[in-house]
Ligand binder design. Structure first.
Ligand code: ADP
Ligand code: MG
Length: 231
């Protein structure tokens, strides 16, 4: 199936989990709740896209991931689903997942899908970090979605504790880099200092600088490429 989907997997040492045939399989393989599967159907996520077929099992099995797939290929759901499944239900005590996106708009899109898939399903609480929510109590939130600038300001003022973060995703990593956020990303990665943190990086293209960024934040990620490498 990987070949048919124009998919390449590297760095898995022969231990890459099989791609998904369909979302239904998540129930058997990773104990995905029936209500989440139902909500996905309601939201019109009926068949996984190629990146979702392979990235979801990789993240569910606990590996670090560098995922490269074109714009519009469904990368958001590819990292949201494993996080929602892994976190399970709401817990207080500090955010357990952090999604970093380059712009307010992109962060907002992830936050929107997150709400659709959790409200009335798992009870997981998410928060899009904006000027308006900067004063919130983040110890009561499971998942924080943020831009590097806003988050760094909170960190500098000690207004958020990221030591409970188990899943850190750098989304649209090529744009994060192009927009000059390397220093902020470093600060965020350093603040997510839980010894069990799993990091993942998603990007539409893989210029050398993004590869460098990936090397600096992950030790031995599985590298997954879908489609032609356009950089
Ligand atoms: P990317 O981040 O790769 O650019 P997005 O995650 O923003 O792509 O997804 C692009 C569009 O495809 C969105 O409108 C999203 O809702 C839709 N989409 C994602 N996955 C699926 C799916 N499995 N089935 C149907 N639509 C999907
Ligand atoms: Mg995206």
């Amino acid at each position: 199936m990987r070949k048919r989907l124009k998919m390449r997997v590297q760095g898995a040492d022969g231990a890459c989990p099989a791609p998904l045939q369909g979302f239904e399989e998540l129930h058997e393989r990773y104990k995905c709740g029936r209500r989440l599967l139902e909500r996905m159907r309601e939201a019109n996520f009926k068949e996984p896209t190629p990146i979702q077929r392979q990235a979801v099992p990789i993240l569910c099995s606990g590996s670090e991931l560098l995922a490269i797939a074109p714009t519009g290929s469904g990368k958001t759901l590819a990292f949201l689903l494993p996080i929602i499944m892994k976190l399970g239900t709401h817990e207080e005590g500090g955010a357990r997942a952090l999604l970093l996106a380059p712009t307010k708009e992109l962060a907002g899109q992830s936050a929107r899908i997150l709400r659709i898939l959790s409200r009335g399903v798992s009870g997981l609480k998410s928060c899009l970090l904006t000027k308006a929510t900067a004063g919130n109590d983040f110890s009561k939130v499971d998942i924080v979605v943020a831009t590097p600038m806003r988050l760094k300001i909170l960190l500098q003022h000690d207004k958020i504790d990221l030591s409970k973060v188990l899943y850190l995703v750098l989304d649209e990593a090529d744009k994060l880099f192009e927009m000059g956020f390397v220093e902020q990303i470093d600060a965020v990665v350093a603040a997510c200092d839980n010894k069990d943190v799993t990091r993942a990086l998603f990007s539409a293209t893989l210029p050398e600088k993004v590869e460098e960024l990936a090397r600096s934040v992950m030790a031995r990620p599985i590298r997954l490429t879908v489609g032609e490498r356009n950089s």
